[in-house]
Design a protein around this ligand. Structure first.
Ligand SMILES: [Zn+2]
Length: 321
């Protein structure tokens, strides 16, 4: 079992107090990049432990009882986790998996206490899978506990939500989370921590060299800088690039409206200078275009052309007509 990250203890305390959850189905809503899977794994282990210990307003597993030993060895017969299948850029939970789960809950526990079913990314269930799940959520056997998890609560069917006790993970201890990012040894840790909205578990996919040419293309959008930047990336970076573009325009628009920036505070002075030269309406127009692409991401086959095209449109924001 993976131990909690240091910043997670504050979040774990109230969760561990849900040992006696008012509902048999607990829906946990979390932000991505916070390590919620580890938090939830620790909570599931706690549900199964025979002798939980209380310490500092939290409950912890004993790690010694037969249940703990089996769970730590990933062998617990009373635990079932549905699998999220990744098919290209689509993810889903199969109806077969739901059927196995229904067979699993049909028989009583092996060790006492509960049978626990963990359903990650419950927002990705197909209609058929969701309907099958709903039936069992309506009248679950008394020994079953369902833990549902999502990072997109608005994508979870209302009928599922109505049968669950919804628990929102409160967020992180920012100082400990930032220390973790700093100690990971990445360049510009302060910038990236803000860029990923204080969620510390991100995979940084651009090198310092790539970052430098990219930011230069935004700060000084000359034709030369634009082509240098677009030449430094590969198709696999398409999703990152479109996200970067969107966040940059978001901050530019915020600045023009006198609202606080969220991602590029480090470039406040430069953005101030750029903002004097452009019109808010045009920023919104390009922002809409970029966000439309964000839903589809840049097409890997011609991402380079599209990136250059967008950057040239960005450049034209600064041309006085
Ligand atoms: Zn135990």
């Amino acid at each position: 079992m993976t131990p909690l990250y240091k910043w997670q203890y504050k979040e774990y305390a109230p969760l561990s107090n849900l040992l006696n959850c008012p509902s048999q189905a607990l829906l946990i809503s979390a932000r991505p990049g916070m390590g919620h899977d580890i938090l939830i794994q620790n909570y599931v282990a706690l549900l199964m432990c025979d002798r939980p210990n209380a310490k500092d307003n939290s409950f912890y597993t004993c790690n010694e009882c037969p249940s703990c030993v089996l769970f730590i060895g990933s062998n617990h017969p009373d635990f079932y986790q549905l699998t999220v299948n990744i098919d290209g850029d689509k993810k889903n939970v199969s109806i077969e998996d739901i059927r196995y789960m229904l067979e699993f809950v049909a028989t009583t526990t092996h060790l006492g206490r509960y049978k626990v079913v963990l359903i990650p990314d419950v927002d990705l269930l197909s209609i058929n899978s969701a309907n099958a799940l709903l039936k069992i959520l309506e009248e679950p056997p008394s020994y079953v506990r369902f833990i549902l998890q999502t990072t997109n609560i608005s994508g979870v069917l209302a009928t599922i939500k109505s049968r669950c006790y919804i628990y929102r993970l409160p967020g992180v201890n920012t100082q400990d989370a930032f220390t973790y990012v700093k100690e990971s040894g990445i360049y510009n840790p302060g910038f990236w921590f803000a860029y990923y909205e204080n969620a510390p578990l991100f995979d940084l996919e651009v090198t310092k060299e790539q970052f430098d040419v990219l930011i230069k293309a935004f700060l000084q959008p000359s034709i030369e800088n634009i082509f240098i930047a677009s030449g430094k990336f590969e198709a696999k970076n398409a999703g990152f690039l479109i996200g970067f573009f969107s966040k940059w325009l978001n901050d530019l628009a915020s600045y023009l409206q006198g609202a606080p920036m969220r991602y590029f505070m480090e470039y406040n002075a430069e953005i101030e200078k750029l903002a004097k030269r452009i019109d808010l309406q045009k920023v919104f127009y390009l922002f809409d275009k970029v966000n439309f692409l964000q839903d589809w991401t840049l097409h890997p086959l011609n991402y380079k052309l599209q990136l250059e095209n967008l950057l040239l449109q960005y450049q034209s924001l600064f041309i006085k007509r």
